[in-house]
Unconditional design. Structure first.
Length: 435
């Protein structure tokens, strides 16, 4: 389930936080409720600081400080409860199912495929799937994931991260989880902590570890199964944490948010309400174009990342690339959704300019850099600068086959042949059958 909540600008005043760059969180071994709005109440699990701060409210209730609520669906709760009680053998045979992991669109299992090429055994994905569906003697679906990764792919999860998945407006955001997965033999080198946050950047080009996107409830389940700390930036934590009432009857439950005074609650509710009204007003006054409504290549190339993400939402895309993944991931998702003529011209210009968006935006439709380069070759030869002339000739020859991949910063691997892409799109649209 995607975690989405409004973010009051005074959120930090409702919970005491100590400033630092990154911090560790841990899941509380209980399920409770979260009431983000007066008319909305959802089942949730909670993340809290490693050192929990507790105080008494005005009516004697126990208030836990600085909790991060994670809303969960009803079908996921049983698996999380099983992970909270791994030594309770009765929980193993209750109603949890691995389908919450294996059958989820855009979840951990879906995103795992790129690193399964490292598995020493064939058919790793199929074998992991079957292992999870059979359940075996695993305490929970999350314990089963750990066993399956190790047994069928020689992989381990060594780090857990909470980050911004999307920020539709200044007043709301979605949280997303990510797991650092590495080869088992390298696990000692890839233990993620608040002091080793550089590993998030290091793993991008590594053949030993990779950061895999996942749902927030999956992250919580794996944290319960591994006892690994969950890493979050302090600025993000301060913007989403709330306080919660803790109550122990037959078991501990949490309800959030909690306030020390009635005035504090009234201020928080009013601020949340005002921000929601502002956001709804902006949506009504500003209509964002859908991808196929972008009229030409220059209009697309001048768009900011924020505008591209808004365009994807307006087009109906529900799962957007994480901000961490960069603008290349946004372009890779959005360009194929453009009108084919516009998409072709965007890719053609970017191929000719080697990915320079500013230069590409300033070009005219179907304008080529070839004549200008040819003139520079002649000028270099006229003054006897054969080294420059040769370099320019190589550049001119490279334009004979236009290749550009918006997902690769240096355009080195996985390039798209622009002309071939365009031809395939024409065949699809007009039903052309090549001889």
């Amino acid at each position: 389930m995607k975690y989405t909540r409004s973010v009051p600008s005074m959120a930090s005043s409702w919970s005491e936080t100590r400033p630092r760059e990154f911090r560790h969180l841990r899941p509380l071994p209980c399920v409770g409720t979260y009431e983000p709005d007066e008319d909305v109440c959802v089942s949730s699990v909670f993340l809290g600081p490693e050192r929990m701060s507790i105080k008494k409210g005005i009516n004697g209730q126990i208030i836990a400080k600085g909790l991060v609520p994670i809303p969960i669906r009803e079908d996921i709760e049983s698996g999380l409860v099983a992970a909270m009680k791994p030594d309770d053998r009765a929980e193993i045979f209750k109603s949890w199912s691995a389908a919450s992991i294996t059958d989820r669109d855009g979840g951990f299992f879906d995103n795992l495929s790129p690193i399964l090429k490292w598995a020493p055994k064939p058919n790793a994905r199929k074998n992991i799937y079957e292992y999870l569906r059979l359940k075996g003697s695993s305490s929970s679906p999350y314990h089963a994931v750990l066993s399956a990764l190790d047994l069928h792919a020689s992989l381990q999860i060594t780090g857990l991260l909470v980050e911004v998945a999307d920020r539709p407006s200044p007043y709301s955001l979605s949280l997303g989880g990510a797991m650092l997965v590495c080869r088992s033999e390298c696990a000692g080198d890839w233990k993620l902590s608040s002091s080793r946050i550089r590993l998030i950047k290091d793993c991008r080009a590594s053949e030993e570890a990779r950061l895999i996107n996942c749902a927030m409830d999956e992250l919580v389940g794996i944290a319960l199964a591994t006892k690994l700390p969950i890493i979050i930036s302090d600025s993000l934590y301060s913007s989403v944490c709330v306080d919660g009432f803790m109550e122990k009857l037959s078991q501990v439950t949490v309800s959030a948010p909690a306030f020390s005074t009635i005035q504090e609650e009234q201020m928080w509710r009013k601020q949340t309400r005002d921000q929601r009204n502002q956001e709804e007003g902006k949506i009504l006054t500003k209509m964002t174009r859908k991808a196929d409504e972008i009229p030409d290549a220059s209009s697309y190339l001048y768009m900011t990342v924020k505008e591209k993400r808004a365009c994807l939402r307006a087009t109906g895309v529900t799962t957007l690339p994480r901000p961490r993944e960069g603008v290349q991931a946004v372009d890779a998702l959005l360009i194929p959704l453009l009108d084919e003529e516009v998409a072709y011209e965007v890719l053609r210009r970017l191929a000719e300019t080697k990915g320079d968006f500013q230069e590409a935006a300033e070009m005219e439709d179907y304008e080529s850099r070839k004549p200008a380069i040819a003139r520079r070759i002649k000028a270099a030869r006229d003054i006897g600068d054969m080294k420059t002339a040769k370099k320019l000739c190589d550049e001119l020859n490279s334009l004979s086959v236009l290749k550009f991949d918006p997902t690769v910063v240096d355009g080195v691997e996985g390039e798209w042949d622009v002309e071939e892409w365009y031809w395939e799109q024409r065949k699809r649209v007009y039903g052309i059958i090549a001889a």
